[in-house]
Design a protein around this ligand. Sequence first.
Ligand SMILES: NC(=O)c1ccc[n+]([C@@H]2O[C@H](COP(=O)([O-])OP(=O)(O)OC[C@H]3O[C@@H](n4cnc5c(N)ncnc54)[C@H](OP(=O)(O)O)[C@@H]3O)[C@@H](O)[C@H]2O)c1
Length: 223
Amino acid sequence: METSAITVGIIGGTGDLGTGLARRLARAGFRVIVGSRNESGAQGAAEALKNLGETSGWGALQVSGASNSEAATAADLVFVTVPFSAHSVTLESIHEAVQGKVVVDVTVPLVPPKVARVQLPEGGSAGQLAQVALGDNVRVVSAMQNVAAAHLNSDDTIDCDVLVTGNNKEARQQVIDILQIIDVRGFHAGMINNAAAAEALTSILININKQYKTHAGIRITGV
Ligand SMILES: NC(=O)c1ccc[n+]([C@@H]2O[C@H](COP(=O)([O-])OP(=O)(O)OC[C@H]3O[C@@H](n4cnc5c(N)ncnc54)[C@H](OP(=O)(O)O)[C@@H]3O)[C@@H](O)[C@H]2O)c1
């Protein structure tokens, strides 16, 4: 895959997970647009990442900042990295811009303050809600719910796997290929209904994190 030919938009890219994804994707040569509700905030985050690239010797990263809707419009592929409380309104704001594209939803439908308890939404999962909200012309892929942002924001090897769900197998494969480039092993895990399993697992991992003071992940064995 020619990474420099692909523009990835990260909606809510100023947050913990979005920053980590931007860092890994940009370092791998993708063109990254950090999206935010606040354009200057996005540009600040993009500048910070470019500076990190220079000081770390990664070379000139292709990163810019824009409003969420501009990032979605300019991108070939879009990651949505916002809290579940902002999921619906954010999807609405990029609805037109993402028609015909692959949208990767990383959202975990946590219900604060009891985030260590599985509380999936009516509609099954955030992934299913995203597919319904964006419509059949958008290939929604759900992924990354079980990778802590701390891992993405480090230079360490990522020691966990990712369940990748979505109704379009080619779109899932495209996401798996991109994840592989940024050191994350993704697995086809079925249709978007199965996103519920990955989303629910996050609350299990939060319990484990509290108990063992770590950033736990999952591993698929036997493959
Ligand atoms: N953090 C992790 O380790 C982790 C791991 C796996 C999955 N996830 C999932 O990834 C998603 C992002 O997590 P995160 O920790 O990066 O979240 P976060 O830092 O709390 O928020 C991400 C971004 O979402 C935007 N945002 C916040 N409130 C909003 C609102 N009301 N309306 C619209 N945009 C809003 C903000 O961007 P602007 O203010 O710049 O617009 C913020 O920087 C969540 O669904 C989370 O469950 C997180």
